[in-house]
Design a protein around this ligand. Structure first.
Ligand SMILES: Cc1cc2nc3c(=O)[nH]c(=O)nc-3n(C[C@H](O)[C@H](O)[C@H](O)COP(=O)(O)O)c2cc1C
Length: 263
């Protein structure tokens, strides 16, 4: 009888051991199954980012900063950033802008048009290219600058710009901006349009201006004539003074405009 009880006890012990091993195995499996689900969540975020690039910063930044939960999450967040860079590289912002003394704002160290160009790049993830004069012959005082600009316009000059233009074949859409100078694009922008006319043909071009009363000043029609074969989309005109003093409202207009353009 004593032996029987011992046998029954051993059998029960074996059963208990077997049961607990099975339970352990299933816990490990459920852990593994969760990983792809988390990865899927991040993949969805990447797709949303592609559809709404203006939210890229928020979507990729918030989870990484606030909930560094696991290695998988961190890696996915990095992928999201890479994806948004790839998306952004299809858009380029080309701009010309001056610092120094400007109308109504005094001496500035960040040009009005540069401020709008950077906002567009931030909102769309675009690359930036600044058109800079080869030998910077533009004066830093407003009156002298207006004289030089008027002379260039009268002569229909084509001032040379510095730097290597990015490979334009990489881009579908190119935002192009400048200050209004005497009711027109600064002449240096025509140098850019004409030298790159072939590469710009077939692209979506989006003009933007900063000004102190003249609005877009026909930038769209003039761009269309200077670059035959391009599609010129709706432009944006921003008051130069607002770029320095009302940046929140300028950013709102930039966001609305980009949304209207469907980007
Ligand atoms: C040479 C020159 C000509 C200008 N001509 C005009 C003009 O015809 N109409 C206008 O509204 N503003 C005109 N402005 C004002 C500029 O367009 C405005 O200050 C612009 O925001 C400057 O941008 P930036 O800082 O990017 O160079 C002119 C300014 C300069 C320096």
């Amino acid at each position: 009888m004593k032996m029987k009880w011992k046998n029954i006890f051993c059998l029960m012990l074996t059963l208990v051991l077997l049961f607990s091993m099975t339970a352990c195995g299933s816990t490990q499996n459920s852990g593994e199954e969760k990983q792809p689900a988390a990865a899927n969540e991040e993949t969805q975020k990447s797709e949303e980012t592609a559809a709404a690039p203006s939210d890229t910063e928020q979507q990729s930044g918030e989870p990484a900063a606030e909930t560094p939960q696991s290695t998988e999450n961190t890696q996915s967040t990095e992928n999201t950033a890479e994806n948004s860079e790839t998306d952004g590289s299809r858009i380029l912002v080309v701009y010309f802008s001056r610092t120094g003394e400007q109308y109504t704002v005094g001496v500035i160290d960040h040009g009005n048009t540069a401020i709008v160009a950077e906002m567009i790049a931030e909102e769309t993830g675009a690359d930036l290219f600044e058109v800079l004069p080869v030998d910077d012959h533009y004066p830093m005082t407003y009156d002298e600058l207006t004289d030089v600009a008027k002379q260039e316009q009268n002569e229909n000059a084509r001032p040379a710009y510095a730097g290597e233009v990015p490979d334009l074949s990489k881009y579908d859409t190119i935002f192009i901006g400048a200050p209004v100078w005497w009711g027109d694009w600064p002449m240096i922008m025509y140098t850019f349009f004409e030298e790159n006319a072939d590469a710009l043909a077939g692209k979506n071009l989006v003009p933007f201006s900063t000004h102190e009363g003249s609005g877009l000043s026909g930038f769209d029609e003039k761009l269309s004539s200077a670059v035959p074969g391009s599609t010129v989309l709706k432009g944006l005109a921003t008051q130069g003074n607002d770029c320095q003093n009302k940046q929140d409202s300028v950013r709102e207009s930039v966001k609305e405009w980009i949304a209207e353009l469907g980007m």
